[in-house]
Design a protein around this ligand. Sequence first.
Ligand SMILES: Nc1ncnc2c1ncn2[C@@H]1O[C@H](COP(=O)(O)OP(=O)(O)OP(=O)(O)O)[C@@H](O)[C@H]1O
Ligand SMILES: CCCCCCCCCCCCC/C=C/[C@@H](O)[C@H](CO)NC(C)=O
Ligand SMILES: [Ca+2]
Length: 516
Amino acid sequence: MFLDFGFKQKCFYTQYFLRNQNCFVPTSEIIAVEETELNKKQRNIGKWQKMAKPHAFTVYYVKKARNHRWRCSDVTFWCVDEHLCNQWIQALKELLEMQSKPKQLLVYINPYGGKRQGKSIYEQKVAPLFSLASISTDVVITEHANHAKDNLFEVNINKYDGVVCVGGDGMFSEVMHGLIGRMQKDSGIDQNNPKAPLVQCNIRIGIIPAGSTDCICYSTVGISDPVTSALHIIVGDCQPLDVSSVHHNNTFLKYSVSLLGYGFYGDILKDSEKKRWMGPMRYDYSGLKTFLSHHYYEGTISFQPAKHTVGSPQDKDSCRTGCYICKKSEQQLSQQYKECGLKHEEDEEEWKVIKGKFLAINAVNMSCACPRSPKGLSPAAHLADGSADLILVRKCSRFDFLRYLVRHTNQDDQFDFSFVDVYRVKSFQFTSKLSEDNESNVTDIGKKRFGQFCRDHPACCCNIASSTWNCDGETLDSSAIQVRVHCQFVKLFARGIEENSKDEAAYSQSSIEQLL
Ligand SMILES: Nc1ncnc2c1ncn2[C@@H]1O[C@H](COP(=O)(O)OP(=O)(O)OP(=O)(O)O)[C@@H](O)[C@H]1O
Ligand SMILES: CCCCCCCCCCCCC/C=C/[C@@H](O)[C@H](CO)NC(C)=O
Ligand SMILES: [Ca+2]
């Protein structure tokens, strides 16, 4: 066997030849290197039998399987020379040290998320891998909602290289609110000011999926699988994520990274919260009930198109690892910010206003792909381009709405309906017809500022009810909201969804195990 280091495809790799076959493992995807104690049986195999005392070390690395699934695999190298063996161990360990892999993590486990398996998933599948990778952890099993969030305001956060949440989208949201809130508090920034220049959150968040939808994990990794996510944390991946801030007048309500949904998804959430005991099934039950009730809501939506980004929600290509559109959009936004500042962006740029009757208003910062809908609510949405896709589903027949929903699960275009419009936006406001009269403040500003009203779909007065906003799986207290997208505001231990490139196929197909 021959072992070598090299540089290929912009990354260091470890190359080894075994039985005339050539295998590559990027150094960034090595999990651990350990000296191997050879037992008597092993020492008595083949040519090692003849050696007085063979030495060996084992390299644990990421093996890529189908559908973005990662597994931990290993290969053991034998050697007659103890000094040479130690040199290899040392050299590989030094290479690992050079990477931005986490050493100390703070872990929050929600024991009641999803199928209530959070604790056992962590103990059986994740903790052994963290221990193999020599990662130290402080683990908190949450005792009530907001436990993790409150705790993040108190802990010595500088001690950690990352925070991990074991649970679903709601648990991620809690941890993100804790971290962002803590950063703003430490910097004296008032989150209630919708125009405040917020301080970015640089500590990475890892998600071990153990919830009901796990849409944030699925949309950023490509699969909802605890082992895969643990390995992304171990190798120290980093994926920036857009975050929307949601305000009601001058009161901060919440941040959102996946779905802000009014109407259909708001109603599903409100109904399903009463049925938490059903576990993930509650979404199917409430989904059917909400679909049958077929409620529509009247209101006004005003938005600023995201002109800084070159992408469109109707693009055929999706956001993938190292996405060019995300990079370009971020550069464009920082350039604009340097030249004109936030004030110009808020005050000068065009607002478009649409009044109508809607079955659903969905604003998504990412595709919102999840096991129920592998392509998501907006398949071409980008993780880190500083924009959200605003999807307006107007009042239509039950049958048409069903056709629209079914298209989330097949290859057909879900935006190709006369009653569905989609826009890429950097900020938006919504007021329901009901609150428009009461909250004249926001609407008056809107009326003064927004000249252009949509004439095709004039408001009708036959329905005055309000729905609720579903903000990443949590309900909001107000239906009148103002939303602004903050480009690349938090960072995850992820790398976006990888293309199934030739190289990746080579890594997985060369199936190192086959060679051993
Ligand atoms: N110990 C606890 N007891 C009760 N609620 C908790 C506890 N710990 C966390 N929570 C709350 O539970 C909510 C839901 O949890 P989580 O997101 O993990 O699961 P889920 O709702 O089943 O999944 P998803 O959000 O993916 O649909 C979170 O918003 C969190 O605030
Ligand atoms: C008759 C076939 C109907 C199929 C409909 C499939 C549509 C599924 C789309 C699910 C998108 C979920 C978006 C994610 C939202 C999360 O933020 C939230 C919290 O986990 N989950 C929900 C369900 O609100
Ligand atoms: Ca985005």
